[in-house]
Design a protein around this ligand. Structure first.
Ligand SMILES: NC(=O)C1=CN([C@@H]2O[C@H](COP(=O)(O)OP(=O)(O)OC[C@H]3O[C@@H](n4cnc5c(N)ncnc54)[C@H](O)[C@@H]3O)[C@@H](O)[C@H]2O)[C@@H](O)CC1
Ligand SMILES: Nc1ncnc2c1ncn2[C@@H]1O[C@H](COP(=O)(O)OP(=O)(O)O)[C@@H](O)[C@H]1O
Ligand SMILES: [K+]
Length: 503
């Protein structure tokens, strides 16, 4: 699913209105019907709604919704926030229709004293501002928003929490934006919903289809998209009847150090559970027995050091290389990584301490071979690129670096963002908070290495790897719950995850 900039939404609307064709007031009615259906499915008629309405089309949606909920016998009170005398045409039309219906109360709010008492159990619908917001909220609206946020009520925002911008909120104080429990957005999510910093405002978000014209959605360009299972399926390779282990590549995983051999075990197992033909795991000497016992399917390449990574085997023997989980950041490891980056012409994935080493030795960035995959979490990202002004700025930096250096970057977290050499950004929907646990990143590195060795392009290895990793985590959470989930469980559910997307 493409994710469009708020400025593109009116163009998509206008195209739909002209070419479907449909009157703009009827498109608003369609959107409000979807909102009403969503609410009717979840709430019963004893619950009352307080709808806060602004002057634009977001307010228009709120007014149309008030009429539809009243028609369905819900108790509705409407609060029209008077910040301007002028309402948008469709907002005015829906206000007139609501007045004609004459079944809900309509009050005007021109100062805080006009605000109602919020009794417990009330549901607040936030239809103050939508994607047309062009500057932070003015004082009156800010105070109304604060009062709503402080009240012990459930809040549902229409399209976007009022006060929040669809993209960049770096100059915005999130305390002045509605903190919704649910955000119901039309057709597409906004970019800002995918950033962890905005979660307190957005709550749980859903998209409601409102029949925007498919031709304009297809044609209009956007660098952002949310991937889904069908898209991932379209990228998968099939295993051949007459194939042998050589067909699926030989991977080299450089991982582990004294006290961190678990990282090497997790990454190796995940790699082998994702279809690779042969795996060699390069580890310091002390890890020999540990790895041979824990992962008998992997061959072992031994470093001359007992405790850290200081050298690597001949790269010619391998189809892809993964380096980082648990390698530590000692001086000899830095030198070895530097050499590897300069020499390596094989597909490469860098994670964890490999990224921290580069973060501490910035000149190494320029040696990253084209097509390399980097998999930082936010902290590792900031070690690489410095502090960011906010999530939008971070995403811009990620896209720009991918483009400039022709590398694939995987910024991990909820809605992991994957950027490619064209500056495109793909967000991943799978995964859950249970995966915020030691070692889950190591599992991802193993999966991605496996896919690189099997001949997937860097971008496809990152996309498929991140999706399947999150899917296995979701299946594991279904079985064990999020709290008990450990990284090994993600590996245990890789077989089910692969079966599901290969079926
Ligand atoms: N395709 C879609 O997504 C559809 C969207 N619709 C609704 O239309 C909304 C967008 O409507 P609008 O473009 O009218 O935008 P808004 O309803 O967000 O209102 C913007 C209006 O407020 C003014 N304004 C902006 N920032 C302000 C501020 N800080 N203080 C005071 N005034 C401010 C603007 O000049 C403009 O007049 C969407 O969010 C959605 O709710 C639906 O009605 C139909 C289809
Ligand atoms: N709240 C969450 N929702 C979805 N996925 C998550 C969440 N928290 C963590 N993950 C996933 O778990 C993995 C954690 O990786 P990382 O932070 O490197 O862990 P570690 O260093 O312990 O291996 C990433 O792939 C990330 O996307
Ligand atoms: K809103």
């Amino acid at each position: 699913m493409k994710i469009f900039h708020s400025k593109q939404i009116p163009e998509i609307d206008a195209y739909t209105i002209k070419n479907e064709p449909v009157a703009s007031i009827d498109l608003m009615e369609r959107a409000s019907l979807k909102l009403c259906e969503w609410l009717i499915e979840r709430y019963h008629q004893e619950q009352s709604f307080k709808i806060f309405v602004g002057p634009g089309n977001n307010g228009g949606d709120g007014l149309a919704l008030a009429r539809l909920l009243s028609e369905a016998n819900f108790q509705v009170e409407v609060y029209l926030v008077k910040i301007t005398r002028h309402l948008s045409a469709d907002c005015q039309m829906n206000l007139d229709r609501l007045k004609i219906q004459n079944s809900s109360s309509i009050s005007e709010i021109s100062s805080l004293v006009d605000l109602p008492i919020f009794s417990k159990g009330t549901i607040v619908i936030d239809a103050l501002f939508g994607s047309g917001l062009s500057r932070p909220l003015d004082d009156l609206v800010k105070d109304i928003v604060k009062t709503i946020n402080d009240a012990d009520v459930e809040v549902i925002s229409i399209d976007i929490p009022s006060g929040l911008f669809g993209e960049d909120n770096s100059s915005n104080d999130l305390n002045n934006c509605v903190h919704a429990d649910y955000t119901l957005s039309f057709e597409f999510p906004k970019l800002s919903f995918l950033f962890p910093e905005n979660a307190e405002c957005v709550g749980i978000w859903e998209t409601l289809p409102i029949g925007l014209h498919p031709a304009v959605i297809e044609e209009m360009e956007s660098p952002y998209q949310l991937i889904d299972e069908n898209y991932i399926r379209s990228l998968l390779k099939t295993r051949l009847r007459f194939s042998h282990k050589g067909t699926y590549g030989h991977g080299l995983l450089i991982s582990g150090s004294y006290g961190k051999m678990g990282a090497a075990i997790l990454a190796s197992k995940a790699c082998l559970r994702s279809g690779i033909g042969l795996l060699s795991t390069h580890i310091p000497r002390l890890g020999y027995d540990i790895l041979q016992t824990a992962v008998p399917e992997s061959m072992v390449s031994i470093d001359r050091s007992d405790i850290i990574f200081t050298e690597y085997p001949n790269l010619e023997n391998f189809d892809a290389i993964g380096i980082g989980p648990g390698i530590d950041i000692k001086c000899n490891s830095i030198r070895a990584l530097e050499e590897l980056l300069e020499e390596c012409d094989k597909p490469l994935v860098l994670d964890a301490d490999a990224l921290n080493i580069i973060g501490a030795n910035q000149e190494m960035k320029k040696y990253l071979p084209k097509g390399t995959i980097l998999t930082p979490h936010i902290k590792e990202f900031e070690r690489l690129f410095g502090e960011c002004k906010g999530p939008f700025d971070r995403n811009e930096k990620q896209r720009n670096f991918s483009k400039k250096q022709s590398v694939v970057m995987v910024l991990k977290g909820a809605f992991t963002a994957i950027t490619d050499e064209n500056g495109r950004c793909y967000f991943n929907p799978t995964g859950n908070p249970g995966m915020a646990t030691a070692g889950s990143g190591d599992v991802l590195t193993g999966i991605i290495l496996s896919l690189l060795a099997q001949g997937y392009s860097s971008l496809h290895a990152a996309l498929v790897g991140v999706f399947i990793h999150g899917l296995a985590g979701d299946l594991a959470a279904d079985e064990y719950g999020e709290d008990a989930l450990i990284a090994s469980d993600i590996i245990s559910f890789l077989p089910q995850a692969w079966k599901r997307i290969k079926s």
